[in-house]
Design a protein around this ligand. Sequence first.
Ligand code: IVH
Length: 685
Amino acid sequence: MERVSKAEVPEAVRQRAQWLRAEIERHNTAYYVQDAPLIPDSEFDRLFAELQDLEARYPQLASVDSPTLRVGGAPRSDLPPVRHAVPMLSLNNGLAESDAIAFDERVRDLLAKAGEPVETVTYACELKFDGLAMSLRYVDGVLELAATRGDGTVGEDVTPNVRTIRSVPLRLKDCRAPVVEVRGEVLMYRRDLDRLNRVQRESGEKEFANPRNAAAGSLRQLDARITARRRLHFFAYGIGQLQGATEPATHSATLDWLQQLGMPVCEERATASGADGLLEFYRNAGARRADLPYDIDGVVYKVDSLRAQRLLGFVSRAPRFALAHKFPPQEALTQVLDIEVQVGRTGALTPVARLAPVAVGGVTVTNATLHNEQEVARRDVRVGDTVIVRRAGDVIPEVVAVVLERRPAGAQPFRMPERCPVCGSAVERPEQEAVSRCTGGLFCPAQRKQALLHFAGRRAIDIDGLGERVVDQLVDSGLVRSAADLYRLDQARLAALDRMGHKSASNLLEAIDRSRGTTLDRFIFALGIRHVGEATAQALAAHFGNLKALLDADETRLLEVSDIGPVVARSIRHFLDEAHNREVITALRKAGVHWPETSGAAARDRGRLSGRTFVLTGTLEGLTRTEAADRIAAAGGRVSSSVSKKTDFVVAGEEAGTKLARARELGVHVIDEAELLRMLDGSNP
Ligand code: IVH
């Protein structure tokens, strides 16, 4: 980077800087004042970094009103303004691991220059919460004022709202300091955001794009009752003003002290030595990220020694002693090239956005599910739109929002096709249902393919090597129309498929042959009956014991099976009454698909304890606990570890303790080992 004199600032650069400032201000207002960002954070950070870079290269560009000199938006006018006793600053950001290494080097350099060289620096490492910065002022231990950051100097008074956050203590424990200002983050758990958005949707209100906007929107309410309903959380991460007490010597000790005062401090924190320690913390936090109930967008490193912090000081808007090491952005901007409609196994039509390829959270995303027609309408996604896509953890990428101001003229709202895009059959959407379906059934090649893939699945009939590529070819070439056709394939036909070859063809044939021997529950599951998942298939197999009994069962009989309700019973009957499905089942049996069968009575016998929950306590005489549990499970019962109202029987052995007492308290039936054995034998129904 080199400095240039005023006369040399090219006009294009001057104009770019001007544009960047206006753009950043506009987004600041959208983000901080309206709680409705127009672009993802990463995009904002990019604009900001570009302006910072220009101003560093051409210092003549700097001006007192540049957004690089302030940390947020102007306070919102309808909440009372609050001047912070100690300004609320921002953090410098790093994205790459090399940024963390450079940060540690800089810290050591500066400390050495300040005359206090340190070989290895100790850092306090924390999570970077993706919420809203808050300052809580306690006077004589009592919460007196809660303020947002605002522009860093003047924020907004949100005291009544913050008082509704349950984890924020209204009074500190044993606090002798007359003034303590606690700094931290207000956040909303993801599950609470889902709940809130459901309510917003049902009442026709705008949904929140992410937990941070929801937290901000919930706090900056003139009516604190609204905040109270939103279940916000708070984590303390530092101190602002402090009077009448000496601060501990380190940042980590400060956090411990805050915790003693009753403040919530996140347990996911640690001290680390040197750059290696920082990176280890960063990687660990990245791995734990998806398991946390709230969003984080990185980690924060702070030099632990407060004395060292003072020596390092600040530059413009941020401390030199801290660094926010961000995770790769999980959101990015891209364009919707097309909206395609996919057909699933049960005919469900799913609109999928084809996207201009974009890197999100470390992978390239080219499409995102739009779920169903209503979802597309709710987000009003159109072909040509610029959208924010998000990819969190292993979750399928999603379109979070449309950047309306970038919508091209003439973009048309999406409409679900009236005919199946694959087979041309009519599409129906029963009232009350969100999902449109192709009515083509197994006539529809798309449904046929999905049905075959389901049939061949590992948990179904289990044909190793029968993947999407092969199924596509088998169906498209007309070689396979139903699952039964799989058992008629031969080496020559298979080997002729694209990219197949003799070796893989014979492997596949072997796998198909192996799959002939199966179990009744797998077979039922493999049929792909709507609403019949693995558990239901197991229940059906256990109840009926053989296929004929199932085929003959009317809806009333089906309803006798545990966990089967009217919708599922109807769906099973509907499937089995379809001539085509009966033919496939017969053909499969003829092809040699087989399983051990029992009489229905024997099967029910085995399931005699089905639906019953047992708790074992104390020492049994004849059986070990594990044996007893195994036999109960074999008879269809369930063994639980704790007694509740839902427990049917507590089996009490010698020296039964609290569980027995609890059973008596709740009026749960208590039996002894002999009685359990009778039940297992069937002599005591
Ligand atoms: S310390 C002087 N620690 O990140 C430094 N900030 O750009 C003051 N944030 O909006 C901030 N987690 O609210 C600090 N563990 C953490 C944080 C954290 C999130 C937010 C903070 C501010 C932004 C700083």
